[in-house]
Ligand binder design. Sequence first.
Ligand code: MN
Length: 734
Amino acid sequence: MVTLEERFEHLEKTIRGYNISADLKLVEAAYSYAREHHGAQLRRDGTPYITHPIQVAQIVAEMRLDSESILAALLHDCIEDTDSTYEDIAKRFGVTVADIVDGVTKLTRVKYSTMEEEQMENLRKMLFAMSRDIRVILIKIADRLHNMRTMEYQTPVKQKKKAFETMEIYAPIAHRLGMQKIKWELEDLSLKYLDPVAYDDIAQKLEIAKSEHGQFMSAVTAAVNARMTEQGIPNATVYGRVKHPYSIYRKMYAQEKTMEEVYDLFAFRVLVDTVPDCYNVLGVIHDLYKPILGRFKDYIATPKPNMYQSLHTTVIGDEGIPFEVQIRTYDMHAIAEYGVAAHWKYKQGIKKQGGEGTYEWIRRLLENQEDADAEDFIHSLKVDMFSDEVFVFTPRGDVVNLPAGSTPIDFAYSIHSAIGNTMVGAKVNGRMVGFDYQLHNGDVVEINTSKAAHGPSRDWMSIAKSSEARSKIRQWFKRERREENIAQGRTSFESELKHAGLTIGQVTAADVLPSVLKRVGFQSLDELYAAIGYGGYTALKAVNRIRDELLQISRAAAVEKAAQEAAARAAQEGRPTPQKSKSEKGLIVEGLSNCLVKFSKCCTPVPGDKVVGFITRGYGVSVHRRDCPNADPRRRTPADQGRWIKVTWSDDVYESYSTTLEVVCKDRNNLLVDVSTALSSCKVSVTSLNSHITADGFAIFHVAISVSDTTQLEQVMRKIHQISGVMKVSRPAG
Ligand code: MN
């Protein structure tokens, strides 16, 4: 029976062995603090609980981690299992140690209730995502290793469950972090509970052959040692081992072989000081034993993705027994055994960096991993380090991966739109939360649904973080809330209609409805309303188009009616049907009578101007001066070509026509008064007068006046031209 004191002394000795500057007083303080808080708690094997934290700290010390990691390892179960708090630990041992303990506690609280294959990678990623500090995951691995070592006292159910988790989650993480030694031990311990029959079989056969294996290994070791001494290779260490049970087990399964048939059971290691020595040793081995072709691998020239470096070769021994030899330097060996943890000590030499920089070295390490699987992993790791993803659990234990900042709404819709649409409440870790609650890594999220739910509310759109949830909510409003959308759409449509001075009756009249619907592109009014209701179409747009359509229809009807009347009258009076219409605003529009005529604003024609007409869509005929750029035949589009029609002035007297003049002059006092006087002397009324001064001191007037024809207009223009300072008088167009 090893006493607590002995265990602790051993720990101190291990720490002193690699870290002379470690504050052992603080280590002792952490030990007493943990012992005091765990008090009378016992482990299942009957030992005081404190043996566990000591042993975890021991494993952490064997990984050669820093002092903060040792303290955190000793304290790692305090927050979870005792009345100790984060604040208390932070006060006594510093915020960093408290943060690490807190991180380990959070990982401990993660419950893996599903063990489906496709969930495993997510779970591994989640552990990384939750470990803001790599030391958290290293301590968690040490914790798991010690628990696996002492698993025999647990119930068979728990043994299987923990063994599975270890095999599927912790061993792969140890592998990814390059911690070969710990990975093997985790695998062997897991196999013991997962397939006890096979494990016992392998272990038994290894036990039986132990002395035979031992003899073989010492013979090889002696031969290699002798030759290396001969060759003058200094400071070399050679040892042999039988491969670990899980590795033999896997080979048996993969190759469908019995243990006796498994190819290479033995592995030898030669450790030397330098890389050239490695290649010298390789020469020695190949000289002593016959190498198997194709089995040599140079991981020194090309390191493995997890930074593993070594020379591997398989040779055939004197008795025809094949064995593998791994040759590497002592430094390479430390990395092979402890991986990332071995790098920790290099990191300690580097000045502490804050934020992302802290992870730079581990990212670089992981970026060296080249296989596709690892690439995926690195991607996720990078993402996690920059925290734009969050991993949460369903009550069943499935991991759901969401964008950071996601809420229960995002979670619900990621499970199924039906869950989101009937959601009435959400629980996180057993507590009710608001729909805008931000999910954290490891949260267990439960959604309460009800058949009587009203469905999503419109503000969910702004709460949801994922585009998936938002698009599903939009879908719902489009589909499920058709009635409401129609009602809402109709209300806004009718009010917009009222604004435009139209009534619903004008729109729904049987003779216009089909062309109205065609104009807006909907099959029915309900469909139009529904689209307005969920925001796919605006009421204003619909009303504008419908008004255009109605105007065009009524104009066409009026033209048709007038033509019919004229024809009827002509028939009554025994005259031929008139081809020319009567004048409208003093204009004759070819082929059309009674049509609405307006003068275009761009060129404001007056009688005497050469003019041309354009049949607009719904606003009658617009009349332009022939010299207006907008009427230039070269600018007409083929589609509109047919709309240009001949227009002439009639002899009918029409009182006055509005037109615009542009006057450019040198700015001076009383200029405006002079212009006004000139205009009133010509007896024209001014409807508007704007002026502005240009940067170079010119005044530009735009004068809108009413005149009877071009003769009067030309008189006005001459008059204005005579005013002192006026440089140009023109009729704007275009
Ligand atoms: Mn623990």
